[in-house]
Design a protein around this ligand. Structure first.
Ligand SMILES: Cc1ncc(COP(=O)(O)O)c(C=O)c1O
Length: 392
């Protein structure tokens, strides 16, 4: 069967993750009912109260077009613009909200609209696993800049050095998957200064894609400084899949903030990309239900309690683990150089995690906190036994 060159490249960059998902010890055991499954960001409990009810409420059709093809339903976009405006203190225009089947589609649309073949896109390591295959698919060139070791902060100086005349976009993911880092206003101002300076020198904009599906999952009641608020040529990719912990019900958006100079000219292009990309809109039902869905969230107090439980529990067991500012991930250091080998040791204790090598951060492993507090508490004994089985 012939494979196109582009598909070969996409498959190549995706290979490690695909092997892990389909041909690993985890793949063999992923359906066992009693494993501690801390690998992917999937729910490990029943959906939050109110979610199914919100969908049910909007099922009965209110007019003949209820289930017709839905573009960016204006009422839906207005709900989101109002919610964003209330939440961020910035007045978003409903016409600058493009409804998408999750952040995945929002990011794909941003790549289609803002990148030409061969454009360079900078993102930080460790990255979300989707950027590289999607950029290769879009014909762009990936430029990877590690975050600062220890703090996991953006290395703005290294980003500045990585900029070339072909750089067209920088992706920032805050709160970050997998580090849990929320970048500070100072870091974001510094980045904005670098991008502004480079754009001025080149005489054309370098865009900032703020990928922020975890924006509402920030701990200790702290505000979320959106990277998009610091730099005008920004766009926001968002998904409801994280805050509702229902990633299989695909709804999100691509939003251009009011200070984005090109927002009016870009509307038609974005709509075209939503259609030509393969009808990347959420289903009609999800768009109708947004006024109710937008009010719901997983229990953030409970999530923070899980974070505290696991950080303290793992530290007591001898792991080195930092405290994430947000998201539902922890990124402990593996107590041996080979994180793939340590993940196998964890698997032998019934614990399944994402090895750091798979997320481009060798020497670490990622744990999701989407299991119940009781299950997490129970897992700590197994984590301690695994830690004790390797040399100090
Ligand atoms: C950083 C980041 N961006 C984008 C996505 C895609 O989100 P969704 O699957 O809800 O579209 C994810 C999902 O894990 C993510 O972690």
């Amino acid at each position: 069967m012939p494979v196109t060159e582009r598909m070969k490249s996409v498959m190549q960059v995706n290979q490690r993750l695909m092997d892990f998902a389909t041909n690993s010890t985890y793949a063999k055991h992923s359906r066992d009912p009693d494993i501690f499954d801390f690998t992917f960001g999937n729910p490990q409990e029943m959906p939050i109260p109110g979610f199914a009810e919100a969908l049910q409420k909007w099922v009965p059709p209110q007019d003949k077009d209820w289930y017709a093809y839905k573009l960016n339903d204006m009422e839906t976009c207005e709900t989101i613009a109002t919610s964003l405006s209330n939440w961020r203190g910035v007045t978003f225009d409903a016409q600058d909200i493009a409804m998408t089947s999750g952040a995945f589609a929002a990011i794909a649309i941003a790549f289609n609209v803002f990148l030409d073949l061969g454009d360079e896109v900078i993102f930080s390591l460790p990255p979300w696993f989707g950027y590289e295959p999607m950029l290769v698919q879009a014909g762009a060139v990936c430029v990877k800049v590690p975050v600062l070791s220890g703090s996991f902060d953006l290395d703005v100086d290294a980003i500045a050095k990585a900029i070339t005349p072909r750089t067209r976009m920088v992706i920032v993911n805050s709160p970050n998957n997998p580090t849990g880092k929320v970048y500070s206003p100072q870091t974001l101002e510094q980045l904005a200064g670098v991008l502004q300076h480079a754009s001025n020198e080149q005489g054309k904009a370098i865009y900032l894609l703020s990928d922020e599906p975890y924006a509402r999952l920030v701990f200790e009641g702290k505000p979320f400084p959106s990277p998009a608020a610091y730099y005008p040529y920004s766009m926001i990719a968002y998904s409801y899949g994280k805050v509702l912990l229902t990633p299989g019900q695909r709804i999100g958006f691509l939003a251009l903030p009011p200070q984005m100079p090109e927002r009016e000219e870009r509307r038609q292009q974005i709509l075209t990309a939503q259609i030509a990309g393969g009808w990347l809109f959420p289903t009609a039902l999800l768009q109708h239900a947004i006024s109710d869905l937008d009010k719901l969230s997983i229990d953030l107090t409970e999530l923070e309690a899980k974070r505290d439980l696991m950080v303290a529990g793992l530290q007591n067991a001898g792991y080195e683990v930092h405290q994430p500012d947000g998201t539902f991930y922890l990124l402990p250091k593996a107590p041996m150089d080979d994180d793939m080998a340590f993940s196998e040791i964890l698997a032998a204790h019934n614990l399944f995690v994402m090895p750091g090598t798979i997320c481009s951060i060798p020497g670490y492993f990622r744990i999701t906190l989407t299991s119940s507090r009781e299950r997490l508490q129970l897992s700590l004994g197994a984590f301690a036994a695994a830690r004790a089985s390797v040399s100090p």
